[in-house]
Design a protein around this ligand. Structure first.
Ligand code: TXA
Ligand code: MG
Length: 318
């Protein structure tokens, strides 16, 4: 059973022995192992029940380390890295041989990011290898944003959870690739399209997974609670589920809150909504209810990334 704590030396010792450690980042908790050792990487796929066709991203302590693992850094990637690292931006670039094929599911590119969390940053600086780390949840379930979330689901499978408190961004990193040096957003995340475009100008998005061999992990049903999950106009949905015990997920406060209702952002602020999203889905999933109904948040800024996750959660129920 995992213990939780802030002992970086202990986390380092486990990782050096090819064991897994859950680590905090500003986005979500990651399930980390030595990215250069296939043995450790295999344990990640195993613990998460993750299909081996879904590539992992690697985490580095700073931009200088990037050159050790990728062959080429296009100019726009460099501009974005200078602007957003450490932070919730993953860049997908051509990988060097040193990265095992297991990490990238056989692709010749690797996703790399530099997380913005003091504990994980200290840990990465002390390691002489990068950390492969997907979100620390069973495959397909909601990502964890606290050490307790990780403990509940993966506690029996790993020795240690580095406890860095609740994640301050709350949704995963934005993933970008560069095809013929042209920037493309593969996954919406903690950095909005608008913020990216302010740095490098207009950017194309290519988000739909199943038809997208570049990001096989972007499956349509993902981030999903186990309870049936309906997305739409709450009042309208309520008329269709009479007689059922319902949990409600709202963006902002309602005038007459129902019993099992969670509000993502009492102050109507998108960053707050993102921070609360995954904990709210977990809380609703644990309630004594038959199903969850939810509404989208305003489709602006990182609201688009939140809506993307809500849509994928609903896709699992359709
Ligand atoms: O915020 C985050 O990115 C978190 C924290 C822990 O850093 N990590 C995370 O990892 O969300 P994961 O494995 O849950 O999602 C990474 C996604 C996967 O869906 C995968 O398909 C995509 O990144 N990916 C990884 N390598 C790729 C590559 N070479 N090309 C395209 N997509 C890639
Ligand atoms: Mg994930």
């Amino acid at each position: 059973m995992a213990t939780k704590g802030i002992d970086i030396s202990l986390a380092k010792a486990y990782l050096e022995a090819d064991e897994l450690v859950a680590v905090p980042t500003e986005t979500v908790y990651g399930l980390a192992g030595n990215a250069l050792h296939a043995k450790a990487v295999a344990k990640i796929f195993d613990a998460k029940n993750r299909p081996s066709f879904d590539p992992l991203i690697i985490h580095v302590p700073n931009a200088e380390h990037l050159e050790r693992y990728v062959k080429k850094i296009p100019k726009q990637a460099e501009q974005l890295i200078n602007h957003f690292w450490p932070g919730p931006l993953t860049v997908v670039l051509p990988k060097k041989e040193i990265i095992p094929d297991l990490v990238t599911a056989g692709l010749d590119s690797v996703g790399v990011r530099c997380p913005d969390h003091h504990l994980t940053h200290q840990l990465l600086r002390q390691l002489d290898f990068p950390l492969a780390a997907p979100s620390a949840n069973p495959f397909g379930y909601v990502s964890p944003t606290t050490a307790v979330h990780v403990e509940e689901q993966l506690g029996a499978k790993i020795p240690y959870i580095l406890d860095g408190g609740p994640c301050k961004v709350g949704i995963e990193s934005t993933i970008m690739g560069f095809e013929n040096d042209k920037p493309i957003i593969y996954r919406r995340g903690g950095i909005s399209n608008e913020a990216i475009e302010r740095v490098i100008g207009p950017v194309e998005s290519r988000l739909h997974s199943t038809s997208n061999p570049k990001a096989p992990g972007q499956l349509q049903s993902h981030y999903a609670p186990r309870k049936p999950f309906l997305l739409g106009d709450i009042d309208q949905l309520l008329t269709t589920v009479k007689g059922k015990k319902v949990g409600i997920l709202r963006y902002k406060k309602s005038q007459d809150p129902a019993e099992n209702e969670i509000v993502l952002s009492p102050t109507e602020n998108m960053a707050e909504a993102a921070q609360n999203l995954f904990a709210a889905l977990r809380q609703l999933d644990a309630m004594n209810i038959d199903l969850i109904i939810a509404e989208k948040v305003p489709d602006i800024g990182i609201g688009k990334a939140i809506n993307d996750r809500l849509t994928r959660a609903a896709a699992a129920s359709s």
